[in-house]
Structure formats: C-alpha cells, structure tokens
Ligand binder design. Structure first.
Ligand code: Q46
Ligand code: ZN
Length: 312
C-alpha cells in the first residue's frame, strides 16, 4: 500500500477517505482537518488564547500537540479526579507531555485536584453526596474548566471530542429525542452569556482510530485505559454499534454527524438567538458568580454538601 499523495510506503489506510498515507502526509492530513474545522466553524484565531481540557488520553494530548504545531496559543487544564492508579498514571502522562512538548513551545499546564478542594476523590465524594459518579465528575470538570477560562482570560476552551464521540452522542440524543441537547451539539458553542467561555471541538472531523494513529506515530505517550468509571456506559455501546456500521460501510459515522451539522446549519441557530434564549434563564450564582439557572449553581451546592459530609 502506497501513500496516496507522495507514493512512498503508506503507514495507514483511511477507507472512509479512500486514501492511504505515509507518516508525513498523514500528519499533514490530520493538521489540515483541524485547520479546516477551526476555519469553517470560526472557532478561534491565531491571536486568541485557547485553554485545552486534557485528560492524559490520546485525543486531548493530540489536540494540544496539533494546536501548538499549527501555531496557536494553547495552554491546558488537567483535573485530577483522584481515581487510584488511573488518575496517577494519567496525571503523569499529562505532566510529561507538558514538560517535554508544550513548555518548550511556551505553553502552560494548569492543574486542579478534586481531593484538595472537596476532601475526597470523585468516587468517594459522589457516594457521600448521593449522586452518580459521572454526573458529579461532569459538573466539577465543566465548572473548573469554565472557571479557569474566565479567571485567566482565555478566549476559548477546547476539548478533544472526536468524530466517534460526537456521532455516539448524536445517536444517543436521537434515540431518546433529546431535542434541547441536539440544539447544542455543534462543534462550536458561542460564549452565550457573560461568565461562560466559548467552547470548541476542533477534532470533530477526525476519528478515534486516526487520533490513536497520530498519537502513536508522533510518540505522544498517553494513557490507553479508559476511566474505570466509564465501564458499561451507553456511549461505549453506541460507539460499538457505529463501529460495526463503519466496518460494513466506511464513512457512516462521518455521514451521520456531518449530515446532522449540515441540517443544523440550515436551521440557522445563530449565536444571537442562543444568547437571547440563555440570557432569559441564566443569572450569576449568589455564591461564585458563574452563570446558573438556580440561585446557587450546582457546583456550589455540591461543594457545600461535601463540606458537611466529607470527613476531614
Ligand atoms: S465522567 Fe465518568 Fe468520564 Fe468522569 S468519572 Fe470517568 S467516566 S472521567 S468522561
Ligand atoms: Zn456557584
């Protein structure tokens, strides 16, 4: 198998693009897909400061790497969840990447440790406040990400969600007809109100397999295991189903998610209409000032509850 572009020996075949690439041309392809995503969805400019959410996994570290190589000003935030060896290893991978690759390019890594703030790791904390682990985790990560972005004046927050993640999420939302989530499933969400930073997903044009290949070919040392709490999640099941379809007919995931985006853009859900809708229900949390629909935001409620139940 030879590279579609330069005809030297290919290292990866991409059936959905009917192409194969050598390492150099594959890196060019990946960078080009991210550059196209950023441009077509007007995600950010070269002068903007970007905050990347990193977990130690292949997608987020690859995203940080790609943004820096494309010349963007990208720092990162890692939230240590306190899940035994999984968190220890992922923390170590993030730190290693930050020191070896990001710091020489002038980028900074911010760290947040749940145990330090709440007095317990995510599993224990969720149990003590009687909430599911993943929803507790989601609330904390979203909150901290937005908090750091606003406090440190980042223009945009970026996450490593890839084509597989977005297609699986779309399948879940369609199966349950969660229309309010469908409206917000685009790869770029504007800073809808004061206190909420803009959110983007520059990897939405690349599949999980392509990102794993990018990480391996570029010697990005990432944590291979998924978070142990993800076991049995519906998203993994949707990904399996989509992978089965993709094997039978390459391009299915792309057709499904990109097709949805095309239809959505025709609906012209503009930043202006979203801003109005959100503004009508959001106001500052009386405790921390982040936007919320209640008097006190769910993060502050959770932390207040943690203070009363977590033994210190
Ligand atoms: S929500 Fe749940 Fe994930 Fe948090 S506890 Fe792990 S699986 S990391 S995306
Ligand atoms: Zn609050």
């Amino acid at each position: 198998m030879n590279c579609t572009k330069c005809k030297t020996k290919a290292v990866i075949g991409l059936p959905r693009h009917n192409a194969a690439f050598c390492k150099g041309c594959f890196n060019g392809f990946v960078h080009d897909q991210v550059a196209r995503a950023i441009k077509s969805e007007k995600m950010c400019g070269k002068e903007d400061r970007i905050l990347v959410a990193v977990s130690g996994g292949k997608d987020s570290l690859a995203l940080w790497d790609i943004l820096l190589k494309l010349g963007y000003r990208a720092d990162a935030l890692y939230v240590n969840l306190g899940i035994g060896t999984y968190s220890e290893q992922s923390h170590a991978k993030v730190t290693k990447f930050a020191e070896a690759v990001a710091a020489p390019l002038g980028a900074t890594l911010h760290l947040h440790t749940i145990e330090q703030e709440a007095g317990a790791g995510i599993k224990e904390l969720a149990q003590l406040i009687h909430r599911p682990t993943c929803s507790t985790c989601g609330t904390i990560k979203r909150y901290q990400f937005n908090h750091v972005a606003i406090e440190q004046h980042y223009d945009v927050m970026a996450t490593g969600h890839n084509l597989d993640d977005e297609a699986a999420r779309l399948l879940g939302n369609v199966l349950h007809w969660q229309e309010e989530y469908l409206d917000k499933q685009g790869p770029a969400l504007p800073a809808s109100v004061e206190g909420f930073a803009k959110k983007v997903k520059p990897l939405y044009r690349l599949s999980e397999r392509e990102l794993a290949a990018y990480a391996v070919l570029n010697r990005i040392d990432y944590i291979v295991e998924e978070c142990p709490m993800a076991k049995g999640s519906k998203v993994l099941l949707y990904k399996e189903v989509l992978n089965r379809l993709e094997t039978e007919s390459p391009g299915t995931k792309q057709m499904f998610y990109w097709g949805f985006l095309e239809k959505q853009s025709k609906k012209q859900l503009t930043a202006a209409t979203m801003t109005e809708k959100d503004r009508a229900v959001l106001h500052p949390c009386t405790s921390c000032s982040q936007p919320t629909t209640a008097e006190v935001c769910s993060y502050c409620k959770m932390m207040a509850r943690a203070k009363t139940v977590v033994p210190r």
